[in-house]
Design a protein around this ligand. Structure first.
Ligand code: URA
Ligand code: SF4
Length: 198
């Protein structure tokens, strides 16, 4: 099956998901969007207010900043695929709980298997810790490529960090410039599958 059809079919499968308590606080499941054959996938934390209303990831303030940062990194939204660790908006945009992440995480994994990206940018602590399978702090690991399975994880600050703390704006930009440099070097995927994800 073509990745686009596979994603569509998978969306139909999970759009009424009730596997965790976040089902109660959402308007709709925010599945993900972008190029089904993307080489670069970006993973955020959870939908916010605007994402929940529109059904698409990163359409609010963080999304506008993300578009700009992607542009500066030589990428367009249409080149990448964007999804979140949890697909439903947490109440008051709180951080998703471990049990919610555990419930939703197979969906992200399935998206990764359908799209088979070469590079996976994890935006912020939640996505980074899930993909690296370790409780690492984003400030320690940001900008470094980590081979995981068939792809390379590049942890980056979450763009929303720059919205909340002006002091982090330069660092967020720096991470996207670093991504640009890594892509220009032709960041190679690992030779064999490494580091089991689950
Ligand atoms: N922040 C996220 O992590 N994901 C979104 O979709 C929007 C904001
Ligand atoms: Fe299902 Fe994920 Fe939504 Fe929880 S967050 S209800 S697991 S789709």
């Amino acid at each position: 099956m073509e990745p686009q059809q596979a994603l569509r079919a998978f969306y139909e499968e999970i759009k009424d998901c009730q596997k965790c308590p976040l089902a109660a606080s959402r308007t709709q499941v925010v599945f993900g969007s972008g190029n089904p054959r993307a080489e670069v996938m970006l993973i955020g934390e959870a939908p916010g207010y605007h994402e929940d209303r529109q059904g698409k990831p990163f359409v609010g303030a963080a999304g506008r900043l993300l578009d700009q940062l992607l542009h500066e990194a030589g990428l367009r939204r249409a080149d990448v695929y964007i999804a979140n660790v949890v697909k439903c908006r947490p109440p008051q945009n709180r951080t998703p709980r471990p049990e919610e992440i555990a419930a939703c995480q197979p969906y992200l994994w399935r998206q990764l298997e359908i799209i088979r990206p070469r590079v996976v940018c994890t935006l912020g602590n939640v996505a980074t810790q899930l993909l690296l399978g370790k409780k690492v702090g984003i400030m320690k690991v940001r900008g470094q490529p980590f081979p995981v399975r068939w792809f390379v994880v590049v942890p980056m600050l979450h763009p929303a960090a720059a919205l909340h703390r002006e002091a982090l704006q330069a660092a967020v930009r720096e991470d996207f410039q670093r991504l640009r440099a890594l892509l220009a070097q032709g960041l190679q995927p690992p030779a064999a599958e490494q580091m089991p994800l689950l």
